[in-house]
Design a protein around this ligand. Structure first.
Ligand code: MEV
Length: 334
């Protein structure tokens, strides 16, 4: 699009409202080891989502951001609203909007729009909330200014925002969220869609404990630097489990997938990223008849997953809540 066309588009877009969404995600296999280039498997969770709405703003007011679910610093109800250019340069919402404007508006001007964000994805629980918000923003800004952004264009922009969240992301979160498809992911190798031979029924349970991916990933990095041989060995074992899981998922063998989830959880315990709350929920799921269970994401809190036969889902979910889960989500992956 040339600059004059961009300006026309920009003027037209400032009168319209555009909405875009993105799903949450969970990592089924291979978290942490994926940062060290071992394979991992992640799936979208369509039952939760982030939504970005671009609507006309005040004339000459530039871009305003409304994080509608976040408390305003002055306690006012209705969310946290601020001007884009007043936000810190590493504010992930600001970064998402700026990257998208650079990619899609081309003319360097700041449009007069309000970017409203809402999300049902729990924050800081390993469900990809940051990647989903960034994806929804990039998609909405692109569409608002007359483009039809595709996952391969969105994912690298979201990766840049992920770096602000935790420094050295593997790229798996932006990939699975932008493509909204199950992925078999190896760092640097791009998107590989994973075909799911038989539907996977997952109960996702929240420990209620907030955890910072940046801190957990940083802690693993320090321990890896101090004892590289041991940690490389653990990452190899996790990577081998992820490869076996890929075949089990493709051939539709949930029992084997469940056993591999148990193995992956043991390895994550050895890696030092699980927590008493996560281990309690994993044991409760197994006692309630899950095919397998493991923590998911960075760990030290956040969510765990139980793989179940569909008719056991209510029993397993209620056992998990009985064992302390703050909430559960049932999600089917195919
Ligand atoms: C976070 O969702 C998954 C980690 O493996 C970090 C990453 O892949 O960037 C812990």
């Amino acid at each position: 699009m040339d600059t004059r066309a961009d300006q026309t588009q920009s003027r037209r877009s400032e009168c319209e409202t555009t909405v875009a969404t993105a799903p949450g995600k969970v990592i089924l296999f291979g978290e942490h080891a994926v940062v060290y280039s071992r394979p991992a498997i992640a799936v979208p969770v369509m039952d939760v989502s982030a939504r970005a709405t671009i609507s006309p703003g005040e004339l000459g007011g530039g871009v305003h951001i409304l994080a509608a679910d976040l408390p305003a610093p002055d306690g006012n109800p209705g969310g946290h609203r601020y001007r884009l250019r007043d936000a810190a340069s590493d504010d992930p919402l600001r970064a998402s909007v700026e990257l998208a404007l650079d990619a899609f508006l081309h003319n360097g001007s700041e449009p007069d729009v309000l970017v409203t964000i809402t999300s049902t994805i729990p924050i800081a629980r390993g469900m990809g909330s940051g990647a989903a918000v960034a994806t929804a923003i990039v998609r909405a800004v692109g569409r608002h200014f007359g483009h039809d952004p595709q996952p391969e264009g969105i994912s690298p922009l979201v990766y840049e925002v992920e770096k602000l969240h935790h420094g050295t992301p593997s790229g798996i979160d932006n990939t699975v969220v932008a493509y909204a498809q199950p992925v078999f992911f190896v760092r640097g190798e791009g998107m590989k869609r994973l075909s799911v031979g038989a539907r996977l029924n997952l109960v996702v349970a929240d420990t209620g404990v907030v955890s910072s991916t940046r801190e957990v990933v940083g802690d693993v990095r320090r321990r890896w630097s101090a004892d590289t041989e041991r940690y490389e060995g653990l990452f190899d074992e996790i990577g081998a489990v992820a490869r076996l899981a890929k075949s089990a998922i493709e051939r539709g063998d949930p029992k084997a997938v469940g056993r591999l989830m148990d193995e992956n959880h043991e390895l994550l315990m050895t890696l030092g990223v699980s927590s008493p709350e996560l281990d309690t929920l994993v044991k409760a799921a197994e006692r309630a008849g899950a095919l397998g269970a493991k923590m998911s994401g960075a760990g030290w809190g956040g969510n765990m997953l139980a793989l179940v036969e569909a008719d056991r889902a209510p029993t397993v979910a209620s056992a998990l809540r009985g064992a302390g889960a703050a909430s559960t989500i049932f999600s089917q992956i195919s």
